[in-house]
Write a protein that binds this ligand. Structure first.
Ligand code: DAH
Length: 338
C-alpha cells in the first residue's frame, strides 16, 4: 500500500512536468489532492492496512500531500509569472514613437469677420437681427420696389425654389420684414447667407452679406457717409481709402456703391481687383419712398439709409486671400491659418 503512495507521487510528478498553465495546474491539484482526489481515495483504504503499518502509511501520505502541494505551488507561481511577462511583452508600448498631433478647431474666417463687423455696428447702437434664407419673392423683390418683369431682377441671378419662393439673393428682404414689425426709429443690421448662380474667382453661389438699415426722423446722406466711413476705418485702419460712387438700386434713391482701395496690390491693380485698384464692397443709398409705402411708413415724416455689404469680400481683403472660393473649400491647411 505504501508503494501505491510512491506510484501516485511519481505519476503526479510526471504529469506536473508537462503542464504549463494555471488552469491545468489547478485541476491537477484537484485531481490528486482534492476531496475526491486520488490521494484521498487511497487514504480511505487505510482500514485494510495491517495495524502496525498504518502509522507509517499515514505519515507518508501526509508527507506526499505536502510535497505535491509544494511542487504545485511552485509550478503555479512560475506559470503566473510566465503569463504576466508574456502579457507585458505583448502589450509593450514604444514610448519613443511620435505622438499624434492634436488638431485644434478654429472659427472660420467668415465667422470671425461677421462677428467683428457685427461688433462694430453694435457699438454704434445697431441691433443684430436675422431673416430666412428661403424667402418669398415678395420680400426679396417686390416690396423692395422690384416688381415682376422689372429689368433689375436680372442683376441678381436667382435660384428659384418654386413659383413665388426663392433662395434670397441678398439680405435686403430683412429690411422689409423688420419694418413691417416695428415703427421708427429702426436701427438694425442683419448678417446671413445669400445665393446667386455665379461662380468665378470673386463669386461663389453662396456667399455672405450684412444688411444695414437706419430709419428715423431727419436721417440724411451725410449720416450714411459718416457711419460707413467710420465702419471701414474700424475694420481696416484709419488710413483706409474709400470712394463713394453713384449707382442705382431700385430700393434706394439716391444710391451709391462704396469701393475700397485694394489691400492686396495697394491700388496698383491685381487679379482680385480686376486690375482696377479698387474693390467694390458695398451697395447703399437712401431708402426709396416706394419701399416705405409697402411697410406703411410715411416718407414725409421719416427717412433712412440702407446698405448691404459682402462679408466674404471684406474677409478677403482683411486677411489677404486671393481667391474667394478658398473660403468655401474647407481645406484644413487653409483654415488653420486664421
Ligand atoms: N442688396 C444689394 C445687393 O445685394 C446691396 C444693397 C444695395 C443693399 C443698396 C442695400 C442698399 O441695403 O441700400 O446687391
Amino acid at each position: 500500500m505504501t508503494n501505491d503512495l510512491e506510484v501516485l507521487l511519481a505519476k503526479a510528478d510526471a504529469e506536473l512536468q508537462t503542464l504549463q498553465t494555471e488552469e491545468e495546474l489547478l485541476s491537477l491539484r484537484t485531481k490528486y489532492l482534492g476531496r475526491k482526489g486520488q490521494l484521498t481515495a487511497l487514504l480511505r483504504n487505510i482500514a485494510v492496512i495491517p495495524k502496525e503499518r498504518r502509522a507509517d502509511f499515514g505519515k507518508r501520505s501526509n508527507e506526499i500531500k505536502d510535497i505535491l502541494s509544494d511542487r504545485i505551488d511552485v509550478a503555479l507561481k512560475e506559470a503566473r509569472n510566465r503569463k504576466r511577462s508574456n502579457d507585458l511583452l505583448r502589450q509593450r508600448i514604444d514610448v519613443t514613437l511620435p505622438g499624434r498631433r492634436v488638431h485644434y478647431g478654429r472659427l472660420h474666417p467668415v465667422t470671425q469677420m461677421r462677428r467683428e463687423i457685427s461688433a462694430i455696428f453694435s457699438r454704434l447702437g445697431f441691433t443684430v437681427v436675422e431673416g430666412p434664407e428661403v424667402e418669398l419673392d415678395y420680400y426679396n423683390f417686390e416690396a423692395l420696389n422690384i416688381p415682376a418683369d422689372h429689368p433689375a431682377r436680372d442683376m441678381q441671378a436667382t435660384f428659384y425654389i418654386e413659383d413665388g419662393i426663392v433662395l434670397r439673393t441678398h439680405t435686403s428682404p430683412v429690411q422689409v420684414r423688420k419694418m413691417e414689425k416695428m415703427r421708427p426709429p429702426v436701427k438694425i443690421i442683419s448678417p446671413g447667407r445669400v445665393y446667386r448662380h455665379d461662380s468665378d474667382v470673386s463669386h461663389t453661389p453662396m456667399f455672405h452679406q450684412i444688411e444695414g438699415l437706419l430709419v428715423d426722423r431727419g436721417v440724411t446722406f451725410a449720416d450714411l457717409k459718416g457711419v460707413l466711413t467710420y465702419f471701414f476705418k474700424e475694420v481696416f485702419g484709419s488710413e483706409t481709402v474709400l470712394r463713394f460712387r453713384p449707382s442705382f438700386f431700385p430700393f434706394t434713391e439716391p444710391s451709391a456703391e462704396v469701393d475700397i482701395r485694394c489691400m492686396l496690390c495697394g491700388g496698383c491693380g491685381c487679379r482680385v481687383c480686376g486690375q482696377s485698384g479698387w474693390i467694390e464692397v458695398l451697395g447703399s443709398g437712401m431708402v426709396d419712398p416706394a419701399v416705405f409705402k409697402y411697410v406703411d411708413y410715411d416718407p414725409e415724416e421719416v427717412s433712412g439709409f440702407a446698405f448691404g455689404l459682402g462679408i466674404d469680400r471684406i474677409a478677403l481683403l482683411k486677411y489677404g486671400i486671393s481667391d474667394l472660393r478658398l473660403l468655401f473649400e474647407n481645406d484644413q491647411r487653409f483654415l488653420e491659418q486664421f
